[in-house]
Design a protein around this ligand. Structure first.
Ligand SMILES: Cc1cc2nc3c(=O)[nH]c(=O)nc-3n(C[C@H](O)[C@H](O)[C@H](O)COP(=O)(O)OP(=O)(O)OC[C@H]3O[C@@H](n4cnc5c(N)ncnc54)[C@H](O)[C@@H]3O)c2cc1C
Length: 477
């Protein structure tokens, strides 16, 4: 098995292994390994367990919460765990952890052209292991939900080195309890209130959930996800996408109209002010000169007739808001839709690039963003508070996200340590406001190392202790 030993050697030869898209600095480890199959993966996990060495699992390191950044101990990279094969069920494929979202879409195009894998967390170079471990969502989760809806079976190496297979439908908790032949008696943490619908903060806990859902979104704490059986969906007749350039008022009105319409929306995304001026300054992109907000939507249609009705309805809704077609970019074929996606992707990418540059000058600077979500009906109120917190920092910022699901990413771009501290405080205040409204401190990225301190805003000490207790029990199986 390919492996490396020695803190300095690894830092020198494999610097990328010590960071992810969060630009969190200080990453280091004593050993690293790149297993190519189950046997090598088990051997390395067992070795770490026997030597009591903390193990960080590293996927494609596109995470932005620092989860894959090791702080000592050992790293297992899933880079070499490759393979996609069909199963006996036509719409289920078996995928090794190190495959990427890109490779799944390529596989589907070649082997199963009528089907596609719905989770689309923007960054298509993410690994399948990483997306399952974070229960990644993204724009299309408005229609399709998060990754967990599309996972049917997992093969996992528990932290002790034991391998288990968990299939959806095989084991279910009953009032928070479950007896499993290998894991023994599992007792879910008792929470004071149900977790928000869109949530990636803490272990997933629903008293009558399937066992597989405990592992999905557990951010590597419950073991290494080796392979996943993923469910594919039938492609719709066509998808049309739009980017509507509008004012803030037009955005909120149009968003509500779309939510209340019968249109089969796949996505309902937003780029809020002052993000477009940030993009104009930092990229070569130019935009229609109207408003400083963008509403993105994608709509699945099942026939030509439905497409006509969809376009008429959309035209009417835009007219009602006084938005001319000159201020709308449409995507009707694969190429145009890809261009709109790239535009949507450009904002987080540009922020990450700038943060990475700032971080190389001041290693205290890292990605400072929110991943908070509230009930979609409360989003406008929540945004108002978020905006005033952001403006009070005096730090450059952008806001974008999954408006249909009440989920916004504010990103601050601090230029010095003073601004960094103000930005960190703002993120905490915004997260506290989300919790006050019944929402979550992390809706899709997970809490990793950067956002772990926010968990205490959402859960009591006792609830967090119970989650730790369950992690320890499973780790010793
Ligand atoms: C520009 C950009 C846009 C993004 N947009 C979105 C978005 O819209 N929605 C969204 O959800 N995310 C988004 N992300 C974040 C990121 O892409 C996701 O969190 C993704 O799921 C991480 O996958 P990864 O393979 O890179 O995981 P990593 O970053 O390598 O790891 C993430 C976590 O999962 C654990 N892990 C990784 N692999 C395994 C495994 N096989 N078994 C167990 N644990 C494992 C790691 O230890 C770590 O805790 C975005 C990132 C970027 C850079």
């Amino acid at each position: 098995m390919k492996s490396a030993r020695g803190t300095h050697f690894i830092k020198d030869q494999y610097p990328d292994l010590l960071k992810d898209e969060s630009s969190l600095s200080g990453g280091n480890c004593q050993t690293a390994a790149w297993p190519v199959n189950i046997a090598e993966s088990v051997e390395y996990v067992q070795e770490c367990s026997e030597d009591n060495v903390p193990l960080t699992i590293s996927g494609a390191r596109t995470g932005i919460a620092g989860g894959a950044v090791p702080m000592g101990g050992a790293v297992l990279s899933t880079d070499q765990l490759k393979g996609i094969v069909p199963t006996s069920v036509a719409n289920i494929i078996r995928v090794q952890a190190g495959e990427t979202l890109d490779s799944i879409q390529d596989y589907c195009k070649a082997e199963k052209p009528d089907l596609f894998y719905p989770p689309d967390p923007t960054e298509t170079t993410a690994s399948i292991g990483g997306t399952v471990a974070t229960d990644a969502s993204g724009a299309a989760s408005y229609r399709f939900g998060s990754t967990r809806n599309w996972v049917n079976r997992l093969k996992i190496v528990l932290p002790s080195g034991t391998v288990i297979t968990v299939k959806r439908g095989e084991y279910k908790f009953n009032k928070g309890k479950l007896k499993h032949p290998c894991l023994g008696l599992l007792d879910l943490p008792r929470l004071n209130k149900p977790q928000p619908v869109k949530n990636a903060a803490g272990l997933h806990v629903v008293p009558d959930m399937d066992l597989i859902d405990l592992f999905i979104g557990s951010e590597g704490k419950l073991g290494l996800i080796l392979e996943a059986d993923l469910i594919l969906a039938r492609k719709p007749h066509s998808v049309t996408s739009f980017a509507v350039f509008c004012t803030e008022d037009q955005f909120w009105e149009l968003r509500e109209d779309l939510i209340n319409s019968d249109l089969p929306l796949r996505e309902l995304e937003v780029i809020a002010a002052p993000s477009l001026s940030f993009l104009s300054r930092n990229t070569e992109k130019t935009f229609p000169d109207h408003g400083n907000w963008v509403l993105f939507t994608s709509i699945d249609v099942s026939s030509e007739e439905e497409l006509d009705i969809t376009l008429e309805t959309l035209e009417m809704l835009l007219e009602e808001q006084g938005i001319s077609s000159d201020n709308t970019w449409g995507g009707f074929d694969d190429l145009e839709i890809k261009r709109l996606k790239e535009f949507r992707h450009l904002l987080p990418e540009t922020v990450n690039r700038i943060i990475s540059g700032l971080s190389s000058e001041n290693n205290r600077i890292h990605k400072i963003s929110t991943d908070t979500a509230v009930d979609p009906d409360l989003l406008r109120q929540y945004y108002g508070t978020m905006k005033s917190i952001l403006e009070q920092t005096g730090v450059e910022h952008v806001v974008f996200g999954h408006s249909g699901q009440g989920h916004l990413h504010a990103n601050l771009i601090p230029k010095n340590t003073d601004q960094l501290e103000r930005s960190e405080k703002a993120v905490e205040l915004i997260a506290a406001e989300a919790v006050k409204l019944g929402g979550t401190v992390s809706a899709e990225h997970g809490t990793g190392k950067l956002k772990a301190p926010l968990l205490r805003l959402m859960y009591s000490r006792q609830e967090l202790d119970e989650m730790d207790r369950l992690v320890k029990e499973i780790s010793s199986c």
